[in-house]
Design a protein around this ligand. Structure first.
Ligand SMILES: C[S@@+](CC[C@H](N)C(=O)[O-])C[C@H]1O[C@@H](n2cnc3c(N)ncnc32)[C@H](O)[C@@H]1O
Ligand code: SF4
Length: 451
């Protein structure tokens, strides 16, 4: 009876986790994962400055890589498709609207993080947003300096900042290099002017490519460009041009996501009113294949379903999320994960800063994942990686489903013979379905929970 109940809740968890935006949140969002079920387990908690009993042990054993994510909640304007936790100047007032107010609060949270997990060496830092470039190179360097003051930072630490093309310049990139940043990620989205217009992007098609070149000229060996494909009105040729532009920019990393119509966005309202058609799944699949083929031809290989890199240029910070690593998310609305405990900060910048100013933790809620839930997440995220996952992570039912997926051409036969589940090209297009099939075929949630 109890096992049946567990199995049912496991099924619900798998299905909830695999809703389009749920999966997207887990795979695209650099801020980490979104909240699912919430469990309380005592008054402590990492976000409150203590590691809960039972999890301190996890930290004491061989720990996974530790990263710090820093969320910058400012944007000059809001793009119609975006539902990230970000605000324009007119939506904020007082200190919350000021980059210096944000920086003071971020320093406090970095100190709180160090007091809580200070013995961890920081392997990666990722400043995302929002639009971190609105802070300018000096404040972004101050963020990294605060992390260095509080933590041991690995000598080869990967330090990325996202930047919007229109708020960068050669001087900005030179300042970031001097401040210790090693990687820049720029939102390009498309090389077609009419597609940028549908997305409400304010930069010209060429600006992202120029910004990527400026970053490289300033000494950045690692530069990413983000693309969005299957936007209503985009043609195959538009995407071909975007691919050529990315390659001309000489970047070593590309992230590309099919446009998602997020509830509550201006884009969703336009689609609902019939002003724009909803993105089409078949079109998105064709565009994905087109982009993948062109990037592969140029030596950029997929290492996660939506991410391509030259060998050695994979984003280590994001790999930490996908490989079940630990990270602390600093900033309003940022999510954190330590040894199976997840928590998330209050979303509003004023409330977040106010709590820290008052000496309180900015945590809004937290959950402790069951072994079964951690297993579900591991399968969901690891299967999307080109390295795949070991078949022995699955129980007999899951392995039987993996065998069927090989027969259906969705998992690679050679890798399967070698004990791993690795998506084929066709499997990448149907990754959500493969994940669902494997998880729902697992014989019982208790077996999964024991892993
Ligand atoms: C939240 S943004 C932050 C980067 C930066 N502010 C920018 O826009 O250039 C990170 C990336 O997520 C992607 N993104 C955001 N919302 C999306 C959506 N609804 N559908 C697909 N991709 C999306 C975009 O490619 C964007 O560059
Ligand atoms: S600039 Fe980036 S974070 Fe800001 S609204 Fe646009 S996509 Fe979202």
């Amino acid at each position: 009876m109890a096992a049946g109940h567990e199995a049912e809740s496991e099924r619900v968890h798998v299905e909830q986790s695999l809703t389009v935006s749920g999966l997207r949140a887990r795979t695209r969002s650099h801020a980490g994962t979104r909240a699912g079920k919430v469990r309380t387990f005592g008054p402590g908690g990492p976000g409150r400055g203590t590691v809960p009993a039972g999890h301190a042990g996890t930290l004491g054993s061989v720990p996974p890589p530790f990263g710090i994510y820093v969320h910058v909640p400012f944007c000059a304007t809001r793009c119609g498709y975006c539902d990230f936790n970000t605000y324009t100047a007119s939506e904020l007032s007082g200190d919350a609207a000021s980059p210096d107010g944000w920086l003071a609060a971020a320093r406090r949270e970095i100190a709180l993080a160090a007091r809580t997990v200070g013995d961890r060496t920081v392997e990666t830092v990722f400043v995302g947003g929002g639009t971190p470039s609105l802070l300018g190179a000096e404040r972004l360097s101050a963020v990294l300096a605060a992390i260095r003051d509080e933590f041991a930072v690995a000598p080869d630490c990967e330090v990325t900042t996202e930047s919007n093309p229109e708020s960068t310049s050669p001087e900005f990139f030179a300042g970031l290099r001097a401040g210790g940043y090693t990687r820049v990620s720029l939102g390009m989205q498309s090389a077609a002017r009419h597609v940028l217009a549908v997305l409400d992007r304010t930069h010209t098609p060429g600006r992202a490519v120029d910004a990527a070149r400026e970053a490289r000229a300033a000494g950045f060996g690692h530069v990413n460009l983000d693309l969005i494909y299957a936007t209503p009105g985009e043609t195959d040729d538009d995407l071909r041009r975007s691919a050529e532009a990315v390659l001309e920019a000489g970047v070593d990393h590309v992230s590309a996501y099919a446009l998602i119509v997020e509830d509550g966005t201006a884009l969703a309202r336009r689609v609902r009113r019939g002003e724009l058609p909803a993105p089409d799944d078949d079109v998105a699949a064709t565009r994905y294949e087109l982009l993948d083929a062109r990037l592969a031809e140029a030596g950029l290989r997929w290492y996660e379903v939506s991410n391509w890199a030259l060998p050695g240029a994979e984003c280590r910070h994001n790999l930490g999320y996908w490989r079940d690593g630990d990270w602390w998310g600093v900033g309003p609305g940022a999510h954190s994960h330590l040894g199976g405990v997840r928590w998330w900060n209050v979303k509003h910048p004023a409330r977040w800063a106010g709590l820290l100013d008052a000496g309180d933790a900015p945590e809004a809620g937290r959950e402790e994942l069951t072994a079964g839930e951690r297993h579900t997440e591991r399968v969901m995220l690891r299967l999307r990686l080109a390295e795949g996952m070991p078949l022995d992570l699955l129980d007999d039912g899951g392995r039987a489903a993996a065998q069927r997926a090989v027969t259906d051409g969705l998992l690679d036969g050679g890798a399967h013979a070698g004990g791993r589940a690795v998506l084929t090209d066709r499997g990448r297009l149907l990754a959500d379905r493969v994940v669902t099939d494997l998880l729902l075929a697992e014989e019982d949630a208790v077996g999964a929970a024991g892993r």
